[in-house]
Design a protein around this ligand. Structure first.
Ligand SMILES: [Zn+2]
Length: 382
């Protein structure tokens, strides 16, 4: 249709597309659906995955100092724990040596039953020819000092190198760690392993990447190119460790770091009876495939642990920011059938622009995921 006169000029201006920077786009959903506020978990829970301390010295991604920097005091964390029905927090980054002892003293011993601390490998001693034995002994000592488990950051596979911070990358299934894995099995302490990362982090940061904004905000999270192995190579090496150490119990964090492919995670859970998973920082993935997720929880209800990756004072990672708001989103996802809600307390979904759906777990599964499975692995009562 031909447009004429002054009316046409107005229409043309109105029809002109206005460019909008992606970073400024904050769409508000017009959908009217039920919104359930779940203030408090239906059952007491153990969060198997939080970070309350970090190494004071990290070089090229490798923590090299035993000393800890503490992100919060236990007293400042307890109010949220009490209001949300959190029985205990598990600080996975407890470090090693004196730093670990300090963390155990400050948290676990000062507030029995409310905090658990995991030990981390002493990578600073990696060049010692006796490292395999030293490391295994360090785990036994840490256990005596109160450590409830061993935590492996993605350092192994993506940062630790032959000369600690330089040289060739050390593989996840490097045999120098075999005594360490075995010791954990002998002591019956779980190993929480973070191997690899979301699959999008291994792809170019371009217009096709579903986590473009996140990678653009944190370019150091990209493992595309350089000498990094692929996601598949990392997970295969991890699986060889699971197979070689059947008496050691491994918690593959972040839904085995492959929540995008629950079929793959399920196959591995079927192959390795010593494998467990937590759901930390992955309700964005689970909640965008609620029917798959619900089946996954039904089938593996004895092997899924509640975790969040919560970190105090972390505004740069809203999906991990410790506080009532974060926990209440997890409760809503697990306990309700609400539709299309934010998976993180943030204006823009930080791990990809989508929203999630609740999976409305029955009470029996909820109790297992909230605490029974974790209590069994940690050998604690709740
Ligand atoms: Zn974490």
């Amino acid at each position: 249709m031909a447009l004429q006169g002054s009316a046409a000029t107005g229409d043309e201006a109105r029809l002109q597309a206005k460019p909008l920077d992606l970073s400024e786009y904050e769409p508000r959903s017009m959908l009217h659906v039920k919104e359930t506020q779940v203030e408090r978990a239906r059952y007491p829970l153990i969060d198997i995955h939080v970070h309350l301390s970090f190494s004071t010295k990290t070089e090229n991604g490798v923590s090299v100092a035993p000393q800890r920097h503490f992100l919060a005091s236990p007293e400042s964390l307890l109010p949220t724990m009490d209001s949300c029905n959190i029985r205990a927090l598990t600080n996975l980054t407890g470090g090693f040596g004196d730093g670990l002892a300090e963390a155990v003293q400050k948290f676990d011993k000062a507030h029995p039953g409310r905090f658990y601390t995991f030990v981390e490998p002493s990578y600073n001693r990696f060049l010692d020819p006796n490292y395999p034995k030293l490391q295994s002994q360090a785990i036994a000592d840490a256990h005596s000092a109160g450590a409830k488990g061993l935590k492996i950051l993605k350092t192994l596979g993506l940062y630790l190198r032959e000369n600690i911070t330089s040289g060739k990358l050390v593989k996840v299934d490097d045999t120098r760690f075999d005594p360490m894995w075995d010791t954990c099995g002998q002591l019956s302490i779980p190993v929480a392993v973070h191997v690899s990362d979301p699959i999008a982090f291994f792809l170019p940061t371009d217009r096709f990447n579903e986590r473009y904004e996140e990678l653009n905000n944190h370019p150091d999270w990209s493992f595309y190119d350089h000498d990094f192995p692929s996601n598949a190579e990392l997970l295969e090496a991890r699986n060889r460790v699971f197979a070689r150490h059947p008496k050691t119990q491994f918690v593959a964090l972040h839904v085995g770091n492959f929540a995008e492919d629950l079929e793959n995670v399920s196959q591995n859970l079927d192959r390795f009876p010593n494998m467990f998973v937590d759901i930390a920082a992955r309700i964005g993935e689970l909640g965008r495939q609620p029917r798959n997720a619900r089946k996954f929880f039904e089938k593996y209800q004895d092997r899924i642990l509640f975790g969040t990756d919560a970190t105090p004072h972390a505004p740069q990672f809203p999906q991990q920011m410790y506080g009532d708001k974060l926990y209440q989103i997890y409760f809503r996802f697990l306990e309700t059938d609400d539709e299309y809600f934010d998976y993180a307390p943030a204006k823009v979904p930080p791990q990809g622009r989508w929203r999630i759906y609740g999976i409305n777990l029955p009470d029996g599964i909820l109790q297992k995921v909230y605490s029974v499975n974790a209590a069994r692995l940690l050998r604690v009562t709740i």
